[in-house]
Design a protein around this ligand. Structure first.
Ligand code: PEP
Ligand code: MG
Length: 580
């Protein structure tokens, strides 16, 4: 049994078998075996050879009819290479005499092979075939998949170095019991999807992939941010019980809170909205008592399809969300592709930029690809006839961007009118406040937009210069940093002064540690993962605004995040005490 520490980004506990997703950089772990493990290791190696050959035969049957007869010979040569007596003996010798794990022994033998092939020009062309069979053997030995989640046969816990958005969007809650990953932070796209689907997840687990292999059993504790590899029976049983308790208390909480208003003890009403990535989440949002959708991350429509959706596909998605939520509002954020949310098929928004978070992301990408932006806007205006839709512009850094987007919305409206297509003419347009320049200029922005939504995931990233998905610098991702708090306050004050609504849709809005502070700063609308809403409502119903204002005033006096957190922790402890 081995324990790993990481960052718990999606609550709950899962216990299950591991399903490893291969990535280029994965290392071979467990380099030495004990003398009494030698025979098992040799057997594992021979087993892997048989399975790899079987795999090649399957590919041969499947692919040769499609690729042509000339590929038959290539597959045959790979089988011959794997079946080579010299290869088997050399690997076996290293396992027996040097106690290497099979993966390392295979690497060493094949490396020597490659060296020999390179010495002779006529054989150098075989090198890529050696690499091919090496990676195939690795996959079998380490039980790693090719990254295609459709290959997953049984429900399991997904382990990976990192996951692409195109992989996370294909997660099936029934199949993916939990996620444990080396990369990522609390606001990375994997964390967002895990939360959306209610999958327990721990990210930033350094060294995990080198130590886990097929056949291992894992515990993912999303509450404590811990991963346990091969737990002993008592530990596993304890975690299963914790898992059952969490499910049971969540159910009770939901039942108890759903009919109640989100109102503080001194009678201040707040609005609780849900963040969604897929239209099907609307149902969960309603079950959890959402008063609307505060953030619809529409880029997942692109990521899910691996291509640009058609106008009709956009329209269907938005119309179904608007109809299901009516008369509640649905805030549709326009395309926020780029950076860690790279679309399939490359393009500027893919990770190839040197500084993707500072590059052609979000509204900037829409600026570059106006026809794509217009397609989405046409669908939004058309769908608005069926409900209460509002448009939210992401990552605006200057008024020029807001004005440009507004002018495109007007153009699209005129086009629909001329074409005689039914649409809503008067849709509210809001700005996400998620970069410091917008927060500092919030008073001027407030004169030109209908509402604000504070995106703390990016606001913290850009204010503190800390990559939101890099676990190495995650300790610097501090919502309680005085600079962040000042920008939030400035935005709320500017919105209030101009009389426009201000909501918060970053992860901070669903984090109970910051609730008293945010209420004290004047925030009255929160948008977060649907499954957090019942807990958030319960906490709001225990706070008094008078007390929250005092806490906020004290926090604003502090000059560092640690001191601010101390005050917030004390405030939360008082709250919990009152509950008892
Ligand atoms: C944010 O930045 O806080 C936000 C809500 O948007 P996203 O996480 O999608 O960037
Ligand atoms: Mg953002």
């Amino acid at each position: 049994m081995e324990r790993f520490k990481g960052i718990g980004v999606s609550g709950g506990v899962a216990v299950g078998d591991v399903y490893i997703i291969e990535s280029e950089r994965m290392t071979v772990g467990r380099r030495k075996i004990s003398p009494d493990g030698v025979e098992d290791e040799v057997e594992r190696f021979h087993d892997a050879i048989s399975k790899a050959i079987e795999g090649i035969r399957d590919d041969q049957t499947r692919l040769v009819p499609r690729l042509g007869e000339e590929y038959l010979a290539i597959f045959d040569s790979h089988i011959r290479l794997l079946d080579d007596k010299m290869l088997r003996q050399s690997v076996e010798r290293r396992i027996r005499e040097e106690h290497m794990v099979a993966e390392t022994a295979v690497d060493e033998v094949l490396r020597e092979h490659v060296k020999l092939l390179f010495e002779d020009k006529s054989t150098a062309r075989w090198v890529s075939d050696i690499y091919d069979i090496q990676s195939r053997l690795h996959r079998v030995l380490m039980g790693r998949s090719t990254g295609d989640l459709r290959e997953m046969k049984e429900p399991a816990i997904v382990v990976a170095e990192d996951l692409m958005p195109s992989q996370t969007v294909s997660f099936d809650r029934e199949q993916v019991l939990g996620i444990a990953m080396e990369e990522g932070g609390i606001t990375s796209h994997t964390a967002i999807i895990a939360n959306a689907l209610g999958i327990p997840a721990v990210v930033g687990v350094t060294g995990l992939t080198a130590e886990v292999r097929a056949g291992d059993r894992l515990v993912v504790d999303g509450e404590a941010g811990e991963v346990v590899v091969n737990p002993d029976p008592e530990t596993a049983e304890r975690y299963v019980r914790i898992e059952q308790d969490i499910v049971e208390s969540d159910r009770r909480l939901l039942h108890e809170q759903a009919p109640l208003p989100a109102e503080t003890v001194d009678g201040w009403r707040t609005a609780l909205y849900a963040n969604i990535e897929f239209p099907k989440e609307v149902e969960t949002a309603l079950e959890n008592g959402a008063e609307g959708i505060g953030l619809y991350r529409t880029e997942y429509l692109y990521l899910e399809k691996g291509r640009e959706p058609t106008e009709e596909e956009h329209y269907e998605a938005y119309r179904s969300a608007a109809e299901a939520m009516w008369p509640r509002p649905v805030v549709i954020r326009t395309l926020d592709l780029g950076a860690d949310k790279a679309a399939a098929g490359g393009g500027r928004e893919a990770r190839s930029e040197p500084n993707p978070f500072l590059g052609c992301r979000s509204i900037r990408l829409c600026f570059e690809r106006e026809p794509m932006f217009k397609t989405q806007l046409r669908a939004i205006l058309r769908a608005s006839v069926f409900g209460y839709i509002r448009i939210l512009l992401p990552m605006v850094t200057s008024l020029a961007e807001v004005r440009w987007a507004q002018s495109i919305i007007e153009e699209v409206r005129d086009e629909l009118y001329t074409e005689g297509i039914k649409h809503e003419g008067d849709v509210e347009v809001g700005a996400m406040i998620e970069v410091p320049s917008a927060a500092l200029q919030a008073d001027t922005f407030a004169e030109e937009v209908d509402f604000f939504s504070i995106g703390t995931n990016d606001l913290i990233q850009y204010t503190l210069a800390v990559d939101r998905s890099n676990p190495v610098v995650s300790y610097l991702f501090q919502p309680a940093h005085p600079a962040v708090i000042k920008l939030i306050k400035n935005t709320i004050d500017a919105g209030d002064a101009a009389g426009i609504p201000v909501a918060m849709c970053g992860q901070m809005s669903g984090d109970l540690s910051f609730l008293i502070l945010l209420l004290g700063l004047g925030l009255r609308a929160f948008s977060t993962s649907p499954n957090v809403l019942p807990e958030l409502k319960r906490a709001i119903r225990m706070v008094s605004i008078e007390n929250a204002r005092e806490v906020a005033a004290a926090v604003l006096e502090e000059s560092d995040a640690a001191a601010a957190l101390k005050i917030l922790r004390a405030g939360r402890a008082d709250l919990l005490q009152d509950e008892e």
